[in-house]
Design a protein around this ligand. Sequence first.
Ligand code: HEC
Ligand code: HEC
Length: 346
Amino acid sequence: MKGILKIISLSLLFVSCKKDPEIINPATIGSENSYEPVVPAGWPNPVYDFTGNTVTYDGFTLGRYLFYEPMLSLDSTISCGSCHMQVFGFTNGPSHATSHGVNGLLGKRNSPALFNLTWHTKIMWDGGVNNLENQPIGPIQNPIEMNLSLSNALLRIAASSKYKTLFKNAYGDTVVTSQRFLKSFAQFMGLMVSYNSKYDKVKNGKETFTAAENNGYTVFKNKCASCHNEPLFSDYSFRNNGLPINSYQDSGRYKITLDANDIFRFKTPSLRNLGFTSPYMHDGRFSSLTQVLNHYETGVSPTINLDPLLSGGIALSPQEKSDLLSFLATLNDYSLFNDSRFKEIH
Ligand code: HEC
Ligand code: HEC
């Protein structure tokens, strides 16, 4: 079965190669056929390293079916993929500032992009989850997301003949345990590694920056890199970047630690793939990158625990802003969000 699928996909690639050789990048073809976790050259070691959860084609494929499985929500209308859509960098897309769960209920936070998750020291905007493997329990049980108890979710899966086959393929028998269930999710999400942007190709000596991109890179290094550092474009630390308080009054990391020093701190997001993932910030308050830059220039609000690096804002001339936008566009990875391994499946 797997062999046949590979032959089919290879011949499809061959056909499309003949039609349009420019759009097929050989690096992408290699990665699309691989189920090995990738650590790109020069990157730090991941935090979640798959020890005790070896990725296999069948384990990953089970995770892929589960990720797109609406049965995991109370009324079988919402899957993980409803709020994390591949075309939008695995976010909820531009029309949802905050996420949209069962019965049309709205959350208070923007659904974050999913990529390079194995490098996050903590998961969620407030770091409320310590381990990638435990993460799916949150949205499945959350009343305004999927609203189903984990035990009921596992019962539904165990009753399905499709999942009997998928579990047998992945684990040798049809027994559905929470551990197997969660490990498969981690295999699927952990392979979403974004490292094929123009920036990466420039770093590997395969492409060069334009003058504007190069100037923008300098602005980035001087004004943004202390928090959004290379190569992941985040240190994943929790900080307050001075967003004015709005009606959600979300206290961020404080909700988890109850330490007053954490009020209004949120996990620093990566600057990779911003071209796919609008709107921006933990509550999706900005719909464009120009609004984000205007925030850093003139909108930083001196709320409690404002990061000292941002007191007074960040001076940015119109030329610097324009160059910075050119540089940020080089961080968009067109291969991951077209990668057939992650496409919706039922
Ligand atoms: C109703 C929309 C919705 C659904 C359904 C949903 N998510 Fe999310 N997801 C979100 C939001 C919103 C957040 C941010 C929540 C927070 O930080 O408090 C999030 C956060 C995450 C994160 C953390 C990313 C990071 O940068 O820390 C992962 C991983 C994730 N979701 C995976 C899943 C999986 C797996 C499922 C299915 C089991 C799922 N999501 C279902 C909206 C959703
Ligand atoms: C002091 C640390 C710090 C500095 C310096 C900083 N940022 Fe941020 N940035 C953050 C934090 C923290 C967030 C998340 C805030 C939130 O949502 O509450 C963030 C969010 C963002 C986002 C939203 C991304 C998303 O996925 O929603 C963008 C875009 C961004 N920053 C760009 C920049 C740029 C460009 C610069 C330089 C001009 C910069 N930042 C400087 C800490 C910083």
